[in-house]
Design a protein. Structure first.
Length: 316
C-alpha cells in the first residue's frame, strides 16, 4: 500500500499510498500539499493519514485508479466499515477534505465523497467522565508536598482545574509564560490551532506555582515550567502531553479515584461547575477556548443530574 518511489522526497515517501503515486506527479503534489501544507496539527495529520490510507488501500484492492473512484465505491466502503457512527463520520470528513484537494489540483473531476451520506450521528454530551468537586479536593489533599514531584504535580493539576486549559497547553508552559498584567498574575498559553491566550491566575493557584518554583529553583524565561524527573531531581526537559496525562493518572490511582477518570475530566468538572453557578455560556466558552458554544455544551453534565432526578421518582 505504501509506494517507495525514489523520486518522492524521503521524508514524505512513507505517507503516500500507492494509488496516489500511481496517479502521477499531480496527485503526488496535491497529496504532499494536503498533508504537509494544509494540515498543521500533528494529531489531525495522523488521524487523516490513517483514514485516507485505509480507504485507498481498500480501493487499490478493488483494482481502481484514484481518478476513477466513484460515490458508489465510497458507499460500499462505508457499508463494510468496522467503526461506529462517530468513527465513520470522522473518516468521511478526512476523505472529503482529501478529495476536495484532488479536485482543486485537477487530479479528480468530482469529489466522490461529497454526495455520500452516512448514518446520522449527533453528539449531545461528551464521553469524558466528570470528576466531582469532592474528588478533586481529595486528590489535591492526597499529594505529598514534601518532594519536588509533589509540588510539581499539585501545581500541574491545579492548572487544569482552575484554568480549564487543555493538558497539552499546560505541559508546554515555560517560566516566562507566567507574568503580571495590571498587578494580576496571568499565564500565557499556546493551544491547538495556533490559539494564543492569556488567563488570569487565582490566588491559591499562584501560591502553589510559586511554592513549586521556589523549591525547584526555576528561573529564566525559556525554562520549562513542568519538567520530567530522574532520581528525584528535575531534568530540565519539558514534559509532553502524554507525560502530563500519566502524572495525573498516577496521582489519581494513588488517591484511590476511579480508573475511568483522566486529565480531561477536570475540564468537564470546571465547565459544569461554572454553568451550575449561572455563569453565562459565552463566558465559559471563552475560558474553555471553544470556537462554538455547542462544543462547550458537550462538557455540561447538568442534564445527567436532571435525568437521575427523574429516574429516582419512578414509583415502581
Amino acid at each position: 500500500m505504501i509506494h517507495n518511489n525514489s523520486k518522492t522526497p524521503l521524508a514524505r515517501r512513507d505517507i503516500l499510498p500507492a494509488l496516489v503515486t500511481a496517479a502521477g506527479s499531480g496527485a503526488i503534489f496535491a497529496a504532499e500539499e494536503f498533508f504537509f501544507a494544509k494540515i498543521r496539527n500533528p494529531h489531525t495529520r495522523r488521524a487523516y493519514r490513517t483514514a485516507i490510507g485505509q480507504f485507498l488501500g481498500w480501493a487499490e484492492g478493488q483494482g481502481v485508479e484514484l481518478p476513477r473512484i466513484s460515490p458508489m465505491m465510497v458507499g460500499l466502503y462505508f457499508d463494510q466499515h468496522p467503526g461506529g457512527p462517530a468513527t465513520q463520520q470522522q473518516h468521511r470528513a478526512a476523505l472529503r477534505h482529501f478529495f476536495d484537494q484532488m479536485v482543486v489540483r485537477h487530479v479528480c473531476l468530482l469529489n466522490p465523497v461529497s454526495t455520500v451520506r452516512l448514518e446520522r450521528f449527533e453528539v449531545t454530551e461528551g464521553r469524558t467522565p466528570e470528576i466531582s468537586v469532592d474528588e478533586v479536593r481529595h486528590l489535591l489533599a492526597a499529594i505529598n508536598l514534601a518532594t519536588i514531584a509533589g509540588l510539581r504535580d499539585r501545581a500541574l493539576i491545579a492548572f487544569l482545574v482552575y484554568t480549564a486549559v487543555r493538558v497539552g497547553a499546560v505541559a508546554k508552559l515555560k517560566v516566562g509564560d507566567l507574568y503580571e498584567v495590571g498587578g494580576l498574575g496571568v499565564a500565557h498559553f499556546l493551544e491547538k490551532n495556533g490559539k494564543s491566550r492569556e488567563i488570569p491566575l487565582r490566588g491559591d493557584l499562584l501560591g502553589w506555582i510559586n511554592a513549586y518554583r521556589e523549591a525547584a529553583h526555576l528561573a529564566g524565561e525559556p525554562t520549562p515550567l513542568f519538567q520530567t524527573m530522574q532520581g528525584g531531581e528535575l531534568t530540565g526537559r519539558a514534559i509532553n502531553r502524554v507525560d502530563a496525562c500519566r502524572i495525573v493518572k498516577r496521582r489519581m490511582k494513588s488517591a484511590g479515584l476511579p480508573e475511568r477518570l483522566s486529565a480531561h475530566s477536570f475540564r468537564v468538572a470546571t465547565i459544569t461547575n461554572l454553568l451550575n453557578q449561572g455563569v453565562a455560556l459565552e463566558d465559559v466558552q471563552r475560558l474553555a477556548g471553544h470556537a462554538d458554544p455547542r462544543t462547550t455544551r458537550l462538557y455540561d453534565r447538568r442534564p445527567q443530574v436532571i435525568t437521575r432526578h427523574i429516574v429516582d421518582r419512578i414509583a415502581i
